[in-house]
Write a protein that binds this ligand. Structure first.
Ligand code: RUQ
Ligand code: CUA
Length: 658
């Protein structure tokens, strides 16, 4: 790796301000290993080659970052399987355009068709990914989405009030009792017009606990914990012995409100906030939480597969001072980013972006310190434990810019190093560094399938990289982000494969394919289609006018629409095309698009109904057609709409089955 590239990476993170990082950058060892690891292992190709017709071993759900969506890749081949639309309108699938899906993007700010999706998180039972749902956070307009792993569609999105920058989210507890969501930016709570200079007195952080219904997955915000005005960056829940706790990193314990790059890098240690959520449940049950008015959207599909928004009006907010034993601060060097709990649940490590060590806290020691009330101080009533009391060990000189740690099933941890662009493998029990491998380039998150659960499938590690300069054929000023697959099955890590990704891949989750492969829904049963505008057969196809509104209930089956010719539409009408796909075969969607349509196409799954609205603007005769190549006669799958002047249309006419 050239020093030119290295120094630009340094600039990215620390702008040269952090003396320790800069001086360590000249450390010879890091440079030497960085160069060697950029090549692949000799037998790499055979390890990632999945022959045509063969299936991969793992699914990987990777965040699409600022694409707002969640691509699904197969490992080890790196093949892209699907891009699941979540927080962003996605015309390919009509997501956020069709009448049935629009409400999914409602927020208290109105319809928001974009977000920055960071951290996929699989639901767990007994601390193991159970293949039911995958959750993902929206960073910009705080939201959490739930995706069903039978359909690989987004089923529910809930907005998080009293929050800003929903970054430490949506990490789940051991049995998916909760998905947590912490505010990255502290803000005035409740929101109000105050001077930013009053940050220290007026701003606060909020850590939210979203309860997940065991049977349905439905989310609701059970309670929120009102915290000092730090930046709560990432989280992971406890498991095993630490089940019942959730850990959030924080930076800016300085509570700086300007030029954080310098001003929030003063303190030698910031904190992990350890939240005892079982204690929180008791306090809530004892009536210690305050009902706090807050308006937020809760969007979900009903039985009819039509998304609806319920407007929620309050949350229960707990003050740590009203609930003793709810929160403790674990001092942690230095502006920590990721916080990760090992498979046994005993060790909690943090990636201090600017720290020269990776601290590993011991849960047992933490509990002992709490019992002994060995506190260094308190901050706004929250006890601060002593670093030495809770420390298990420190990984010394791990590399530069530790961010995130995942675990294998053999007692090892793997930490991403953003500045020195490498993965460092170390032993959890004694913090000994065992191996390191260079990545290309500016590594953020890493993921081992099951690597944040009790049962990692410790075979591959996915490294998700921010920069790919010089790595692929260039594509103008912007180069794609990329992921790399590393073999971690042996003592030495081996680089296997690079592949570009959609959007910026932050976190990811992987699961053994066999856990979810056979539960995939192939069609929706037509008989169960409860969409109010469904046509269950061609005989039910009909057109109804009410004033300016025209509802066209149309069917699609290989290879025609019914009706396919429509007359009696006027300029300025609101025409609702409700397309029901009558197919009951796997992988036979039909598409629908009409000339001059102001939205997207529709893509209608077998047995499903989807609706797009069209306001014809000009007199004439306009075609519509199927956009998805569905049969040899797909090109024949077309029709016309005649548009007449306002007030001058003939009677409504359309063909019906003979
Ligand atoms: S964060 S690396 Cu949300 Cu670490 Cu991206
Ligand atoms: Cu239906 Cu093409």
């Amino acid at each position: 790796m050239s020093s030119r590239i290295r120094s630009s990476a340094l600039l990215l993170l620390v702008a040269g301000a952090v003396v320790t990082a800069v001086s360590m950058a000249s450390c010879g060892r890091t440079t030497a290993t960085a160069a060697s690891g950029t090549t692949t292992a000799g037998d790499a190709a055979s390890k990632v080659y999945i022959a045509p017709g063969q299936l991969d071993e793992f699914y990987a759900f990777v965040s699409g970052g600022f694409s707002g969506n969640m691509p699904v890749y197969a490992l080890p081949s790196g093949r892209l399987l699907r891009d699941i639309p979540v927080f962003s309108q996605y015309p390919e699938k009509g997501w956020g355009y069709s009448e049935q899906t629009k409400a999914m993007l409602n927020t208290s700010w109105g319809f928001i068709p974009w977000d920055d999706a960071h951290h996929p998180e699989l639901s767990q039972t007994g601390g193991v990914p159970d293949g039911r749902w995958v959750f993902v956070n929206a960073n910009n307009t705080p939201r959490v989405a739930r995706i069903d792993l039978k359909t690989m569609d987004t089923d529910e999105i809930i907005e998080i009030p009293n929050s800003a920058g929903n970054h430490s989210s949506p990490f789940v507890t051991e049995n998916s009792e909760y998905a947590v969501a912490g505010t990255r930016f502290s803000v005035p709570i409740p929101q109000q017009d105050v001077s930013i200079n009053d940050y220290k007195s007026k701003f606060g952080g909020m850590l939210s606990f979203i309860a997940i219904d065991k049977a349905t997955g439905r989310m609701h915000i059970a309670f929120q914990v009102h915290m000092p005005g730090f930046d709560y960056d990432l989280a992971h829940a406890g498991k095993g012995p630490s089940h019942g706790w959730a850990f959030f990193t924080s930076y800016n314990s300085e509570e700086a409100s300007t030029l954080l790059e310098r001003n929030a890098s003063q303190n030698d240690k910031d904190f992990i906030a350890a939240i005892n959520w079982k204690r929180a449940e008791q306090c809530v049950a004892e009536g210690k939480a305050k009902d706090t008015p807050s308006r937020y959207a809760h969007n979900a599909f009903g039985e009819d597969h039509v998304a609806k928004t319920v407007w929620e009006t309050s949350t229960k907010v707990l003050e740590p001072t009203d609930c003793a034993g709810l929160v403790y601060f674990l001092p942690t060097p230095k502006s920590p980013h990721g916080v990760d709990v090992n498979p046994s649940g005993e060790f909690i490590s943090a990636g201090g972006k600017l720290a020269s060590v990776i601290p590993v806290h011991s849960f047992a020691k933490m509990t002992k310190a709490i019992e002994g009330k060995a506190f260094e101080t308190t901050i706004k009533g929250i006890p601060v434990l002593k670093y030495e009391d809770i420390l298990s060990c420190e990984v010394k000189e791990p590399g530069l810019g530790p961010l995130h740690t995942e675990f294998d099933d053999k007692g090892n941890a793997y930490t991403s190093m953003f500045i020195s662009s490498e993965v460092v493998k170390w032993r959890v029990s004694d913090c000994q560094v065992l191996d390191r491998i260079a990545t290309y380039y500016s590594l953020g998150h890493i993921m081992i399938p099951g690597g944040d659960s009790r049962k990692p499938w410790g075979k591959y590690l996915l490294a998700m990289n921010k920069i790919t300069k010089d790595r692929y054929l260039p594509t103008g000023p912007e180069l794609n982000q990329a992921a790399q697959i590393i073999d971690i099955s042996g003592d030495k890590m081996k680089m296997l494969l690079d592949f570009p990704t959609i959007g910026e891949p932050h976190y990811a989750q992987g699961i053994l394919a066999s856990v979810i492969k056979d539960q995939q829904v192939k069609t929706y049963a037509l008989a169960d289609n409860k969409d109010p505008n469904a046509a269950h057969s061609e005989k039910e196809a009909a057109i109804v006018r009410k004033g300016n509104r025209v509802d066209v209930r149309m069917t699609a089956i290989r290879s025609h629409f019914m009706p396919d010719n429509i007359e009696g539409i006027q300029v300025g009408d609101s025409v609702y095309f409700h397309i029901t796909n009558l197919e009951q075969d796997w992988d036979v969607p039909h598409g629908f698009a009409v000339m001059g349509g102001q939205g997207s196409e529709l893509l209608v799954m077998p047995g499903q109904t989807r609706t797009i609205t069209w306001v014809p603007q000009r007199v004439g005769v306009y075609p519509f057609y199927c956009t998805d190549f569905c049969s040899a006669l797909h090109q024949e799958m077309q029709g016309y709409v005649r548009v007449s002047p306002k007030g001058g249309a003939p009677a409504m006419a359309y063909n019906t089955p003979k």
